[in-house]
Design a protein around this ligand. Structure first.
Ligand code: SF4
Length: 116
């Protein structure tokens, strides 16, 4: 997986500020997001719960989206873990959460079609 894709995902929130419709490409979206999660995990220090515990849970759920073994309840759970990241103590968790909120909002069909 290329560093370029991870950087593109990291820039998503900044781009979204300029263009509300900014979204990720649907091809390989879950594999790309999982790569983004792995990169984020390298920076997690473990001091606060929303990031320390939430990001690994988000990774588990994204894996289920990737392999198609997911249901609507898990989509709601994913949304709630992402929202919890707003209360992270530093920019690692907050920025990851803001980016994931943009993804959930503007790529919602990619998530929803997996649980229909
Ligand atoms: S949000 Fe910041 S303080 Fe909290 S666990 Fe992640 S890296 Fe540590």
């Amino acid at each position: 997986m290329s560093k370029e894709i991870v950087l593109r995902i990291q820039e998503l929130y900044e781009n979204w500020i300029k263009d509300d419709m900014t979204s990720l490409g649907s091809a390989d979206i879950f594999a790309n997001l999982l790569e983004y999660v792995k990169e984020t995990q390298k920076d997690i220090c473990g001091k606060c719960i929303p990031c320390r515990d939430g990001v690994p849970q988000i990774e588990k759920l994204l894996t289920k989206f990737e392999d198609g073994s997911v249901d609507k309840g898990q989509l709601l759970t994913l949304e709630s873990y992402v929202q919890n990241l707003r209360s992270s103590k530093c920019s690692v968790g907050i920025d990851f959460g803001k980016t994931m909120e943009v993804v959930l909002r503007n790529n919602f069909n990619d998530f929803y079609k997996k649980v229909r």
